[in-house]
Write a protein of this length. Sequence first.
Lengths: 338, 297
Amino acid sequence: MEKVLKTPLASPKPDEEVGNGMSKREAQKIRMQNMNKAEIAYMRRSRLFAVVWPIFRFLILLGLCFIIVYPLIYMLSCAFRAPEDMSDPTVMWIPRHFTLSVIKDTMSVMNFWDTLGTTIFLNVGCSLVQVLSCAVAGYGFARFKFKGRGLLFGIVILMILVPTQVISIPQYMLFRYFGPFNLINNPLCMYLPAAMGCGLKSGLMIFIFRQFFKGLPKELEDAAYLDGCGPFKTFVKVMVPNAKSSFLTVFLFSIVWYWNDFYVSSTFFTKNQTIALMLKNLSTLLSQALFNNADVSPREQIVWMEAGCLLAIAPILIMYIFLQKHFTEGIERSGLVG
Amino acid sequence: MKMGYEKRKSMYGYGFIALWFVGALVFFMIPLVQSFLYSFQDIRPDTGGMVGEWVGLDKYNYAFNVDPNYRQYLVTVLQTTLWKTPLILVFSLFVAVILNQKFKGRTFARAVFFLPVIIATGPVFNIINGNMASTGNSDASQFSTMFSTDLLGELMEFLGIYGISEGVQTTIDTIADNIFGIVWNAGIQILMFLSALQNIPVSAKEAAQIEGATAWEYFWKITLPNVSPMILTCFIFTIIDSFTDPNNVVMGRISDLQMDWKYGEASAMAWIYFSIVLVAIGIVTLILNKFIYYEVD
């Protein structure tokens, strides 16, 4: 107690610098003696907030994370249990009869490896060319002034707004009678639009790239121009390396959208088998393969359906886990800000 | 002949967008115009293309007055969008503000919250939703059954708002029942708000601290004005996302008609729907633009 009284009151410097040997609490007490009522109230409030808020935040996040992760846990729990566990009321999360047979059944029904191959071939390829074409267009909109730019960018906005369903019939006819060719069932009818910046949600991607390139400093290009680079060389050599994180983000979006798309692939392909399409028809496929076409309630199919979901998202989930860090960081720099 | 620098640059601009422009013309603009024309025609496929007979506004008349479900579907979708959009926006802003703070496990929390972006767009979401519904596990009551009490009811009783009025009660119940859908549809909006939050100038934060602003005041005076341009973007995105979701009933009806080769009807419905979306977005933009705060450089 005596020691405290000896120390100078309310030093303007932080306690560590003064080195008066007070504990933080004591220093706080002394400082508060010199404050007026409003200041003290403010400090009390902010300190109370600092203590209570993290607890609340933790609870809120825990609850919401639970809602998000819940279906995944449910999937995992269902996919590895024997069907009879579904009607066993004592089984909540941990299956009593652990089995791999459900997963195996589902894989054979979905023709999993072939389907995966087709999906990856369409998906990754389209995503790659789409990202490239959108980046080029986005750069054009971001950095060059030309007549009709506003009007043309209006088309980009329109592309974001118009749902695919509105234009799918004329598009179908276009591919059916593409000059002398019939492109239905040909991968080209997904690759061509993607390569020309008109694939799935391309408008949104051009928009993101434009915002991003607008945010990069102009000096980057000016330096390159002075060194005698043409605009295309500048784009490839200077801008692209600077936009890595943005590229990664958009690429991930693109992969996810193509992966989950069943509308476009079911419109332009009559016998195509992508994962999303398989999953959509899984219920029918299951009753054909496992129940001899008998009319089964969805309840009896749950284990296989959940296993199908798990199989369908597993590749993307694994990719996400590996790229997650770049993904969440990339978004912050991707120029999504409007 | 040598062109001026500005002119040459504009030529390069055309060069950069040329590929996209050709693509947009062939794969987007022409089909768009065609589908608009289809909506006035009796259309059927023939070798070499579509043949149509001009029937004027017949198909629009069909959509509104003959089709048994279309009008009702339209109202349903509009209603759902109307109450879901603000909820998603408020929720995603709230989560973004939380995720923007520094705390332990933030990276993990972010990874979890972006998970719906990866999964929620596909048929997976339907199956999850459908399955959980068929086991009675889709809504808030699932949590109650897990802890074998009516948690939500007790919470409301605790807060003293149980049974205040029928309206409040229903609203809270609806929100609680749909929390799953809201959380799962908010992924991209959370991302967008998060990136906007990170662009709030540090100087604003410091000034607020020196002036002694509470977290509450800080949110209303600093955070909200700064993210307001993003609110508009998110609003539009949410509306489009909800309207163009292949799982909503109007989209389902349009697809069904296309399967039946009724292209004229399908096109007319699609165009009615599309113009409603456009008008809705236009109105929202006009209203929100009054409240948006743009940082003046």
